[in-house]
Structure formats: structure tokens, C-alpha cells
Design a protein around this ligand. Structure first.
Ligand code: HEC
Length: 91
């Protein structure tokens, strides 16, 4: 009887640990995917939805800063994504 309870407890513990590891790994790969994307990639993926993407030379670095802030709310970008896109456009 005692042995059975112990085994059950171990199985439950093993399952919860496995679930926790899978969840942790899942969220990790998701954030790594965004990390790995370049500014150029994010620009192409996010800005073309609504209008043609203006080329980096269309505006000055200062103008891109302002545009980045306006378009961040339109494109629903994170701060990190916006920074990457603006850095790319300023080059
Ligand atoms: C949800 C739609 C939407 C998304 C996504 C979007 N834009 Fe826009 N964008 C607009 C609209 C609408 C305008 C024109 C009105 C305005 O300026 O507020 C505009 C205007 C602009 C202009 C000004 C164009 C000009 O000739 O003056 C630039 C530059 C621009 N967007 C860049 C971007 C960049 C870069 C991204 C990606 C980070 C982006 N947009 C994402 C809707 C969007």
C-alpha cells in the first residue's frame, strides 16, 4: 500500500515536471524567434500590411524615429521590434 502511494506520487511529480519543461521550452523558442529576426525582416513582415514600405533612404534618421513611434501603434509592435526596424531604416 505504502509503495503504491509513493509510485503514484512519483508519476504525478514526473508528469508535472515534464509539463513545466515543455511549457518553459515553448516560451523560450517563441522569444528566440523574435530575437533572431533582423530589422529588415521585421520591416518587410509588419509594414507592408497597410502600405508600400518606403525605402530606408526616403526619410532622415530623425524622421524615422518619429515614424517608428507612430507606426509602432499601428503595426502593434513591441519596443524591441520597433527599435530593430528603426535601426535598420536609419542605416
Ligand atoms: C495598420 C496599418 C499600418 C501599418 C501596419 C503600418 N502603417 Fe505606416 N501608415 C499607415 C497609414 C494609415 C499611414 C498614413 C496616415 C498617417 O501618416 O498617419 C501611414 C504612413 C506611413 C508613413 C508616412 C508616409 C509618407 O509618405 O508620409 C511612413 C514612412 C510609414 N507609414 C512607415 C511605416 C513603417 C516603417 C511601418 C512598420 C513598422 C508601418 N508604416 C506600418 C498605416 C500603417
Amino acid at each position: 500500500m505504502k509503495f503504491q502511494i509513493n509510485t503514484k506520487t512519483k508519476i504525478v511529480a514526473a508528469i508535472s515536471l515534464a509539463t513545466a519543461v515543455v511549457v518553459a521550452m515553448g516560451s523560450c523558442t517563441a522569444s528566440q524567434k523574435i530575437e533572431a529576426k533582423s530589422g529588415a525582416q521585421l520591416w518587410a513582415e509588419n509594414c507592408q500590411r497597410c502600405h508600400n514600405t518606403p525605402s530606408p533612404s526616403t526619410f532622415s534618421p530623425e524622421q524615422w524615429e518619429t515614424i517608428g513611434m507612430h507606426m509602432q501603434s499601428r503595426a502593434l509592435l513591441t519596443d524591441k521590434e520597433r527599435d530593430k526596424i528603426v535601426d535598420f531604416l536609419k542605416q
